[in-house]
Write a protein that binds this ligand. Structure first.
Ligand SMILES: Cc1ncc(COP(=O)(O)O)c(C=O)c1O
Length: 380
């Protein structure tokens, strides 16, 4: 039986028959463990084959049990978006964590130095202000913080463009007490398109990064790590050999965005949202028991609506209130009765997971475990 948090089914005992996903109360997240493991091992085998270290981003699953499968498969550690996520993973026994986000402010710095004491920790940032805070905190706590400087190669979010300002920041990190300059981080979330387009984008990315690393080398600033990657272009990452470590996250579950980018098939989607039809009172419409607090309002460029209904792809979830999903029936829709259960592949799985306390894990429909989303809501 599930070892996770208590639910209304948790009174079952080991002698009772196995639980089927159709018995889980809705709305709920159900994860096909066979698909999840296939996604994890396929990506790891690809990175192993190409000699790229893999540090998957845990913001997609926020779940120690899934992180453990990734590390067992061969990941060198985990990437986190926020310090709070890293604290949850450190408590769960993970020993090598990177927070790919600038850490600012006294209260976070106090938490950061405590974490540095417990795990092999890497911090990422793109400004002298953050470097100064980290250095001060590290010095007064008597610890050393491994640092990557974020370089922007096309995302235009965080990251300093290659050039003198970037080299100055790297030099400053290397010279700052308590800090250790370990290399660079980039994020290729903008690479998409056909296989040929992805290959071309990765190749030009490689020449930009290699030139920057070469210049830093000439300045005596060796880059032990160059971290990059993003799921839509995961299987083209080898066209940029100057990127030594990859941080893909979404690849473990996949979602409607990934399918829309033709980077995953529907069968590669390991997570579904189980919902129940609660009303059919309005003609040509059903209402399901999940709304914006279940699906989130993330859209996807490829298709209208907030998810794909596995049982009937002609259904369109076109509008939501917090707990109501308005579903327009397709012209070929079979009858969907009140009480029927449907499964939806979300547009953006990372935000969907952050909305729920647990993941119901199954093989072939039989529930094998229930894992807490232990780092959900850890936004600080
Ligand atoms: C800094 C950073 N690294 C890695 C990732 C993982 O990207 P993906 O989910 O496309 O694999 C993200 C995603 O938002 C990110 O922001």
């Amino acid at each position: 039986m599930p070892s996770g948090p208590a639910t209304d089914r948790s009174t079952k005992t080991l002698t009772e028959p196995a639980m089927h996903i159709s018995e889980i109360d809705t709305p709920a997240l159900v994860v096909d463990l066979d698909v999840l493991e296939a996604n994890i091992y396929r990506a790891q085998a690809y990175f192993d084959r190409h000699g790229i270290r893999f540090r998957p981003h845990m913001k997609t699953h926020k779940c120690p049990q899934i992180g453990r499968i990734q590390v067992t498969a061969g990941a060198v550690g985990l990437t986190c978006a926020k310090l709070g996520e890293a604290e949850v993973m450190a408590d769960a026994g993970f020993e090598d964590l990177m927070v790919a986000y600038p850490i600012l402010g006294e209260s976070k710095l106090a938490r950061l130095v405590r974490l540095v004491d417990r795990v092999r920790f890497t911090s990422v940032f793109d400004s002298p202000e953050v470097a100064e805070g980290l250095s001060r905190a590290a010095e007064s706590a008597g610890v050393r913080i491994r640092c990557l400087v974020e370089v922007d190669t096309g995302m235009k979010r965080c990251g300093v463009a290659p050039g003198p300002q970037l080299y100055d920041l790297c030099r400053r990190v290397a010279d700052s007490p308590g800090l250790e300059f370990a290399g660079l981080m980039t994020y290729q979330g903008w690479i998409a398109g056909t296989e040929a387009e992805k290959e071309a984008a990765w190749r030009s990315e490689d020449s930009r990064v290699a030139e920057t690393v070469g210049h830093l080398n000439d300045l005596g600033l060796a880059c032990e790590v160059v971290s990059g990657g993003s799921s839509p272009s995961l299987y083209s990452s080898h066209f940029a050999p100057s990127i030594t470590e990859n941080r893909c996250g979404t690849y473990i579950f996949n979602d409607r965005n990934m399918a829309g980018a033709e980077a995953a098939s529907w069968d590669d989607c390991a997570l579904r949202i189980a919902v129940t039809v609660v009303s059919d009172a309005v003609p040509d419409q059903i209402v399901v028991d999940g709304g914006s607090k279940t699906f989130t309002s993330d859209s996807t460029a490829a298709w209208p609506g907030f998810g794909r209904f596995v049982e009937d792809p002609s259904l369109l979830l076109h509008k939501m209130n917090e707990e109501h999903g308005y579903v327009r029936l397709g012209s070929e829709s079979p009858r969907h009765r009140i009480g029927d259960r449907l499964h939806v592949i979300p547009n953006h799985v990372c935000v969907t997971v952050n909305m729920q306390d647990e993941l119901w894990v199954h093989r072939g429909g039989e529930v094998v475990d229930c894992w807490p989303v232990a780092a959900r809501g850890k936004l600080r």
